[in-house]
Design a protein around this ligand. Structure first.
Ligand code: PAF
Length: 286
């Protein structure tokens, strides 16, 4: 069975109608393309759980700030298609920005209906340096949910804040879709997989590696009984490569997303840092 690339919303909707008429369950894996093993693990989970699988490949302009990497974000639809074929994906939905946002793309944000996630979830962690990012993410994800009418959607835990915001949107807007969180996939040496890793020089990659090392150190100390987040933070800082530009390391309750002083079960430890010019994120759940 070969994977079909669909660029038009009306065309995708025809397939979806057909599938719904046959009572097939639909799994959606939203991506921005440049698929790697992390995406492959989401697709595999979707393939196992659902009758039909749609992978969306769309570099969503409204979630990038003016000084971010929208233009240089890797676009490699042929490689993406090859991987999707291998994994038995039914449809790749790869719309243009015009298809998603209309004529002139309405990208000046003045005449587009946006989803605004709660302030306390966007004004922290990545949202602090990426103003408007999560509005753009929530908006495109809701559109993808509506277009695909998926029963399940699969998201990587690496984007923990995004995952939390999407789960909150599903709850608050009464969406009939189940969000399936999927574990972070790492290189053998621990680096979390990301499409942006391709930007890293050899040296920058070695600096970035200290992020997962620092998170592991926190986990080891926590497993040994240390819960004071100041102590855990200090130990992480001592491991992080001095060439990294650390944006944040934070401890949050992953049930409520509140900041905490004492780590406990289901604590999210999230980090963001720049290695050279590349902004990377990683996290661990205690
Ligand atoms: O995580 C991503 O790749 C993107 O933020 C998403 C969810 C596909 C929305 O554009």
């Amino acid at each position: 069975m070969s994977t079909v690339i669909v660029n038009k919303i009306y065309e995708l909707k025809k397939h979806i109608k057909d599938w719904k008429n046959n009572n097939y369950t639909i799994g959606l894996v939203p991506t921005m393309g440049a698929l790697h093993k992390g995406h492959a693990s989401l697709i595999k989970e979707a393939r196992e759980a659902c009758d039909k699988v749609v992978v969306s490949v769309f570099v969503n302009p409204i979630q990038f700030g003016p000084n971010e990497d929208f233009d240089k974000y890797p676009r490699q639809i042929d490689n993406d298609k090859a991987l999707c074929e291998e994994l038995g994906v039914d449809i790749i939905f790869a719309p243009s920005a015009e298809e998603m946002y209309g004529k002139n793309n309405r990208l000046n944000n003045t005449d587009l209906t946006f989803v605004c996630p709660p302030y306390n979830l966007v004004d922290c962690l990545c949202g602090k340096s990426r103003q408007g990012h999560f509005d753009g993410v929530a908006t495109v994800v809701l559109k993808l949910f509506n277009i695909t009418k998926a029963d399940f959607a699969f998201f990587g835990q690496k984007d923990a804040q995004q995952l939390y915001i999407i789960k909150t949107m599903v709850r608050d807007l009464n969406l009939d879709i189940k969000i399936v969180p999927c574990s972070i996939v790492r290189e053998n040496d621990g680096l979390a997989l990301s499409s942006r890793n391709t930007y890293l020089s050899k040296e920058e990659r070695s600096w970035a590696l200290s992020m997962s090392k620092a998170l592991n150190q926190i986990k080891t100390l926590y497993d040994g009984g240390v819960t004071d987040t100041n102590v855990l933070l200090d130990s992480a800082i001592s491991i992080l490569n001095k060439n990294l530009d650390i944006e944040y390391i934070e401890f949050r309750d992953f049930d409520t997303f509140e900041k905490i002083d004492n780590a406990k079960t289901n604590t999210l430890v999230a980090i963001a840092a720049k290695s050279g010019k590349t902004r990377l994120i990683d996290n661990i759940i205690l």
